[in-house]
Design a protein around this ligand. Sequence first.
Ligand SMILES: Nc1ncnc2c1ncn2[C@@H]1O[C@H](COP(=O)(O)OP(=O)(O)O)[C@@H](O)[C@H]1O
Ligand SMILES: [Mg+2]
Length: 613
Amino acid sequence: MIEKYSIDQWIENSFTEKGYSPVSLDKLSEHDAMIAKKINNEIQRQKKYSHLCINTLNNAEIFYEKSIRVFSALIKIGKLNKEILTLEIFCKKTTQILSDELDFDNCSIMLKDERNEYLKVIAGCSKNENERQKTAKKTILKIGEGIAGMVAETGRYIFVPDVKNEPKFFEMDIGVKIGSLLSAPLVNENEIIGVINFSHLLPETFDTETIRLLILLSEYISQMITMNSMHNKLYEWQEILRAHKLESLGILAGGIAHDFNNILTAILGNISLVKMWINPSDKIYPRLDAVERASIRAIDLTQQLLTFSKGGAPVKKTTSVVELIKDSAEFALRGSNIKCEFNVDENILPVEADKGQLSQVIHNLVINAEQAMPDGGKIIISVNNIKIKKHESLRIPEGMYVMISIRDSGTGIPKELLDKIFDPYFTTKHKGTGLGLAIAYSIIKNHSGFITVDSEYGKGSVFNIYLPASDTESIDEETSEDKLYKGKGRVLVMDDEEMVRETIRDMLVDLGYEVEFAIEGLEAIKKYKEAKLSDKPYDIIIMDLTVPGGVGGKDAIKEILEFDPSAKAIVSSGYSNDPVMANYQTYGFLGVITKPYEFKKLSKELYKVMNIK
Ligand SMILES: Nc1ncnc2c1ncn2[C@@H]1O[C@H](COP(=O)(O)OP(=O)(O)O)[C@@H](O)[C@H]1O
Ligand SMILES: [Mg+2]
């Protein structure tokens, strides 16, 4: 670098280029010699001055290069706060950036404990990989102990040009070989939160400019660390707030949706009966179809609301999600001019999922994507296995996940709304319910998963779902036969809703069964016992899980089984998510059926249980 500005060479060159050659002074007249001497003195003075300039220039260039690297480090560290990282990972990444960009042999961050007694190395990074391992060991220093301890005590930086001459220094400071060291305090609003150390293996390797830069840099890093903690707190609060909002919605929704579901059970059950009785060419048929479709939509909505209520736990099975995603997405886009493209990794891991709930999530997200693209476009759905490493992000604990991304090129979401879109009832749509994302969020949370969003206003959005991969290899298969199973026998149905009783009576009679009713558990127990002792016992009982103000199916079956261990019972509920529904066998039931009853499913479940020996 010095050569670039070598003034001696330059002056000599310019003389020789112009044809001048050195002349001895005693060959000149006295007058000329005097002038030549003056010129010579002036040249020497200029040379000296130029040397000084060159040095300054060179130093400036070195300083400039260093500043650029500091800048680059600043930008990289600043970007870290775009993600929600744990404090440890944030510091680890920061020290990595610093030692890479600024060429230190070691860089480490130590933070004070809550009681202000100790300093702990939270992250360290060395150029040498082996050294890196060593720094990873947790090192604890008392405040006041060693160089870093002193910095933490006084809040003033300490520069040690050569550790051999510094009695306060001891090797344990950051656990690696050190020749020279700069230790600077990390301060947030007058409170010392920790210390950052920069070191080289060799002594005397810091210059004043670097020290100045590093002190500025440590102020910046203090701010970034504070910001990271604030982000993390904010994120936790947001999660708590969201959970509260969903909980209160659940209480409200549970009550209404339960009744609603019963009413719809009656409507839909009757429609499917009538449809079986009349000829499809009848002019009422298409009308009935329309009523059925509308009722199914209403049921969809009540089912969605029920996922919030207290029985919100999903009924999980080991599932392969790929087909489910494709089916739900295509189903959601029926009749739409928007198409879906799928990018699916090979060998997607199975997950523990409630198929119904998961397809609801995909449905909600795909519908949103479609609605965000009124001028057309394409939805890209990708499914990948991904590994989340330990402590990488606060949001997602380590492990293998199946990540489902749903990307659109629609309107996008303004930054200031990103935090609100998962709130129940938040909508920007004229006819929106604002429940789609709240439900998706709640379902994914109940699957121990995570949902994140990334969006650029005007460009589009991508929603990412992370579901923990299952440890189990085998997939619980379901066969979906579409057959009506007729049967014979006496059925006792317990349900408190008259409409439901009427519907199921017609369905069962149509299938070939004889039906009697009980309104709540005690009546069911009494009727069952009486019938058993008579010559007309019941072959099977269908019991509603919850009876407001009465004895429900769960308690009734206990008593019935005590009386007759061979009793066969099916549990039924609108709460497809109730834990009893998921583990019906542990409660003594042999079958399970969700309301509203689908004719074919009901027939099949009855047939199955009736034929259990
Ligand atoms: N893919 C998307 N593109 C743009 N905005 C979206 C997208 N998904 C959701 N949003 C925004 O989030 C809001 C809430 O969505 P959601 O909970 O599904 O309720 P709704 O669709 O009934 O409005 C929407 O009103 C919309 O402003
Ligand atoms: Mg929606």
